[in-house]
Design a protein around this ligand. Structure first.
Ligand code: ATP
Ligand code: MG
Length: 1020
């Protein structure tokens, strides 16, 4: 590994070295700029803007930017010089400007412009670094986005760095959570826009998945984004996709309240069971160590039994306090871990399953799964334990198909019943499993808090509350049921995208952070971003102590409090990082008892955050902050503080990810300041329990620690890092998985958003509308007629019915037959088009011509500009409605694939295949839906009535027309009529969209109408 690192390091050094001449050039130009007047300096921006706006070609633009880079960077540097001594108002406080970019900052800026991740240590001034590439790219007029981790930093940086941009005549905007669309659009119109990743992402989803008119869209493209704290955004946050949701159409909310008492009972019974196992284990432990000190004969067997018993409790009640207590003795933990390891060794896991069957339900803490066992099912439903087993539906359906029943309708009924029984069962099982999770794995004040009769999620990385966010898949309802608060309606996804796929939209992407190195390969794999490590300006002189490890949390926190007290007495400020809100508050109480005055920075008080942080570097200040609450915030040392050693950062637990710990450390020793850091750990910490290795436990066993004694050992630091690495790898897999699934959706989303935007931007929607109708008519003809067969075998009635149900034509069957015959006798040139026979082609022409004529009639009663809007709505509504249903289906698909994911099949492959199939159906259904609505929408009721009175169907006798009278609309606005039309359509399309046309062949023209072959378009 070392040779590799050495090589890697030196390559980095060489890359950095290559930039040095550019730095020299920038500095040389900047020297010259010092002679200019302010106005002369400003004039450069306008000239460049003018010149760059004329370049359209991407490569030419990039070349030009490369050419002017040194001068542009010099302009920014020189502006900084001119600003020195001035006060800039940042978050309502004056901040004296004292920054002129150092050489290393110029290097950082250069690397950002070239689409790298600039890794610069915490406190090196990355905020300023970004101004140079931002300026250079903003003068192209294409809009530059700067992405921050929270609203506070977005606003801070826009105001703080805004001083530079505004001096140079550029505009700066910031996107904040509560802005209305109009304000957002103005922010995007600015040359530079600051905001958080979720705000940018949600705007994209609203623009492309929901806006109905061009004027409703707020973004104007994705040219260049610089992501600050890039690891946090592109890695940590990337684990959960962005989702816009609305109330679900199908919900099972009642299930949670209904099953709560059952699960209450189940959990209690399991508790008793586990207590029994613990007691047994305790007795065996006594046997293992007889009081008279003799050696027991069957020690090995005893150890095994104890280990198994403890493991059972861990599986049944992972957060049990009694268990924690027993595991405080490292020897016991050792026995348990060995037993677990043994169980996992067997490929088939026979013993593991047998162990689980001793319980009522089994929890897997690592994968967050909960499973009812046979015992548990009997407990819930003694008469019929099978009520909670999912049958093999496919086999059952197949059996009916090949069974003795001859009546097709009866077979269908039986199958429908099986299907609905299956779904009912699946819902029950799902609700119970989510409730079990809520009871066993989700702890009040750790994973969530209850406020105002609501369950609010606590962000595990920042400790902040996330109002409005809900766990998906019913978990949130389950927690609500557990806490006895109001169960809110389940929501359904209206639009969604992963962070990864959002940022892949940018033509150019760059990032900066203090901590990228550990994830370098992921950045490259997923975003094609390389990491460049930039040297610090002044050497970092922070002193990092080895971690101190204690057996129990109690002992650990005693030690934490004494260290805080000791440093406080020396006058040093201390920043204490905790992993949860609960820990923050516990620690706060402990400090209060000692009479130590302190501030708490966590989810509950984040409004005052900035002020608390500003004071955190003052003499003797004690600040408790949940882990990353302080990310990116700058702590300035108070007077006299450097003399006593600077800020001390104290970590009360190791985070799952090493980066987060480094971020915490990075709050001190900024810009060459003195400072120090020290982490405290106990064997009860989640990280150690779940991922810690046997080695630590053994070590502790050997040392035989006294109460309150700490363990410091070089080996430990490595083991802890190992544990962290294991979690990181685990999380990377999870992110990759999410992404692999989203990639499927991403292709579909591209097609749908592309289709939508085409409609939104098109000046002639009618043309498109007619094309769509023609496509559907063609599909229908293929469905009801056949190219080769005799006309007598055509299902002309069905075809006529379909036409007359959708369009007010009142076409008699005879006319269709006539058209077909004349087509056969006098073939038109260009028939055989798309595989249709002459007869079919003639029918197609006949029907579409009739529709066209009817439509022209309709147009004659409408106000032209209003009609254009109606046409657009008709198409967009069909897309949105069915797309949202499709998202719902995809969700359930993903879930059911998960359930099916045993055996030899790869769930991802299955998911892809099914997803492809239902998307295929979606495209056809959307167009069919559009056909259904074209004549049901009008810009006014009057126009609608006038048209109906004159429609051809009035003069004909047909019993299949759906156009008997005026629409149910009573309003006069187009949108009303349209929405009424949509309601009517809903009744028709109900629940599952079904495919109506024959399957599109791979070489057929794509049904999305792109004109390309299907396999090269949507069917890719
Ligand atoms: N060229 C400079 N000259 C003087 N001070 C500077 C310069 N650049 C940055 N600073 C100061 O360094 C401090 C840290 O800056 P900043 O918050 O941008 O660091 P950062 O690299 O973003 O840190 P973090 O990783 O914590 O986000 C600020 O107080 C800033 O004023
Ligand atoms: Mg920063």
């Amino acid at each position: 590994m070392n040779w590799f690192k050495a090589l890697f390091g030196s390559k980095n050094d060489r890359d950095v070295k290559k930039i040095r001449p550019v730095v020299a050039r920038i500095n040389e130009i900047e020297l010259g700029l010092q002679k200019l007047s302010d106005d002369e300096l400003r004039a450069k921006t306008a000239a460049w803007k003018e010149e760059l706006s004329k370049i359209e070609d991407k490569a030419a633009l990039a070349a030009k930017l490369e050419e002017i880079l040194p001068e542009a960077f010099a302009v920014v540097k020189n502006t900084c010089r001119r600003l020195c001594g001035q006060d800039v108002i940042v978050r309502e406080r004056p901040l004296r400007w004292e920054m002129v970019p150092f050489d290393v900052q110029l290097i950082g800026g250069y690397s950002l412009h070239h689409g790298h991740i600039a890794e610069m240590a915490t406190g090196e001034g990355k905020t300023l670094v970004s101004t140079m590439p931002v300026y250079l790219n903003a003068i192209t007029g294409r809009g530059v986005h700067v992405v921050t981790v929270n609203d506070y930093l977005a606003a801070r940086d826009a105001e703080w760095m805004g001083a530079v941009y505004k001096f140079l005549g550029l505009t700066v905007g910031v996107i904040l959570h509560d802005q209305p669309p109009k304000v957002r659009r103005e922010q995007y119109q600015c040359d530079i826009t600051y905001g958080t990743n979720s705000e940018f992402g949600f705007d994209y989803l609203r623009d492309n998945g929901m806006a109905l008119r061009k004027e409703e869209q707020v973004q104007r493209g994705h040219y260049f984004a610089i992501v600050d704290e890039v690891d946090s955004i592109l890695i940590d946050e990337a684990r959960t996709p962005l989702i816009i949701s609305g109330p679900a159409v199908h919900t099972f909310d009642e299930q949670y309240a209904q099953w709560k008492p059952t699960v209450d009972g189940l959990v209690r019974a399991q508790q008793q069971l586990c207590n029994r196992f613990l007691k047994e284990a305790e007795e065996l432990i006594k046997k293992l160590h007889p009081i008279d000190g003799t050696q027991v004969k069957n020690a090995e067997e005893l150890e095994k039994q104890i280990g198994l018993l403890l493991f059972r409790v861990k599986t049944g009640q992972p957060r049990s306090e009694a268990l924690m207590k027993i595991l405080e003795i490292p020897e016991n933990a050792g026995m348990m871990n060995r037993a677990e390891l043994e169980l996992h060794k067997d490929q088939k896991k026979v013993d593991l399953y047998r162990e689980k069957e001793e319980l009522l339900f089994a929890m897997d803490e690592k994968s967050h799964e909960a499973d009812l066992t046979e015992k548990g099912r009997t407990f819930i439903s003694p008469q019929d334990p099978d009520a909670f087993v999912l049958p093999d539906l496919n086999t059952m359906l197949h059996d009916v198909d090949v069974g003795p029943e001859t009546d097709a309708r009866k077979r269908l009924e039986t199958k429908a019943k099986m299907q609905s029984d299956f779904e009912g069962k699946a819902q029950k099982i799902h609700a119970i499993s989510q409730l079990l999770k809520a009871y066993s794995l989700y702890q009040l004040d750790v994973e969530y808090v209850v406020q105002d009769n609501k369950v609010l999620i606590v962000d595990q990385h920042t400790g902040r509350l996330m109002p409005g966010r809900r766990w998906s898949d019913g978990l949130h309802q389950a927690v609500e049921a557990k806490e006895g608060v109001a169960i809110e309606r389940e929501t359904q996804t209206l639009a969604t995208i992963t962070i990864q796929n959002y940022f892949r939209l940018y033509q150019k992407l760059a990032g900066m952070t203090g901590t990228a190195e550990t994830e370098a390969s992921e950045f490259f794999d997923i975003y094609k971003l390389g990491v460049m490590t930039i040297p610090t300006n002044k050497p970092n002189i922070r002193k990092d102590s080895d971690d101190s490890v204690y057996k129990t949390r109690r002992e650990k926190f005693n030690a934490v409090v004494s260290e805080i007290k000791a440093l406080h007495l020396q006058g040093r400020p201390v920043l204490v990082g905790t992993i949860s809100v609960e820990t923050s508050e516990m620690l706060s109480r402990a400090l209060k008892k000692e009479g130590l005055i302190h501030s708490v920075l966590n989810a509950k008080y984040h409004q005052q955050e900035a002020e608390i942080v500003a004071r955190a570097g003052q003499r003797g200040a004690i600040t408790i902050a949940t882990n990353m609450a302080g990310r990116g915030t700058d702590i300035k040392l108070g007077e006299g503080v450097p003399q006593v050693g600077g800020l001390h950062v104290l970590g009360t637990e190791r985070h799952e990810s090493r980066r987060i710990d480094r971020q915490l450390r990075g709050r001190c020793s900024r810009q060459g300041d003195p400072g120090s850091s020290h982490f405290f750990i106990s064997l009860e910490d989640d990280l150690m329990r779940l991922f810690g290795s046997d080695r630590i436990v053994k070590l502790m066993e050997r040392m035989g620690l006294e109460e309150g004694e700490e363990l410091k050992h070089g080996l430990l630091n490595r083991s802890i890092q190992q544990a962290q690495k294991r979690v990181e790898a685990h999380n990377f897999q999870q992110r990759k998985r999410t992404l692999e699934y989203d990639d499927v959706m991403n292709k579909q989303r591209e097609v749908i958003y592309g289709f939508r935007n085409e409609i939104i931007n098109s000046d002639d929607v009618r043309d498109r509308l007619m094309d769509i109708i023609e496509e559907v008519v063609m599909l229908k003809i293929e469905e009801f007629t056949a190219a080769e067969t005799d006309l007598a075998e055509w299902r002309v009635r069905s075809l006529a019915d379909w036409v007359n149900l959708n369009f007010p034509l009142g076409l008699p069957e005879a006319e269709i037959i006539k058209a077909a015959q004349s087509g056969k006798e006098n073939p038109v040139e260009g028939s055989l088009f798309d595989g249709l026979s002459e007869a079919q082609f003639a029918v197609c022409n006949f029907i579409t011509d009739s529709i066209r004529k009817a439509y022209e009639l309709k147009v004659s009663f409408e106000e032209p500009d209003k009609l254009a809007t109606v046409e657009r709505y008709t198409i967009l509504q069909a897309i949105d409605k069915l797309w949202q249903e499709h998202l719902y289906e995809m969700d359930s698909l993903r879930h059911s694939i998960g359930l099916r994911a045993h055996g030899q099949r790869d769930p991802l492959l299955e998911y892809k295949a099914e997803a492809f199939k239902i998307f295929d159906e979606l495209m056809v259904n959307v167009k069919t839906e559009i056909c259904h609505n074209v004549f049901r929408s009008a810009s006014s009721l009057l126009a609608f009535e006038n048209f109906l009175r004159n429609a051809p169907q009035q003069t004909l006798h047909t019993n299949t027309s759906a156009f008997g009278g005026a629409p149910a609309a009573d309003g006069k606005k187009a949108s009303d009529v349209v929405s009424q039309a949509a309601d009517a359509a809903e009744a028709q399309a109900k629940a599952k969209p079904v495919r109506t046309g024959p399957k599109v062949g791979r070489n057929d023209p794509c049904p999305c109408g792109s004109g390309k072959k299907y396999k090269q378009c949507c069917g890719k």
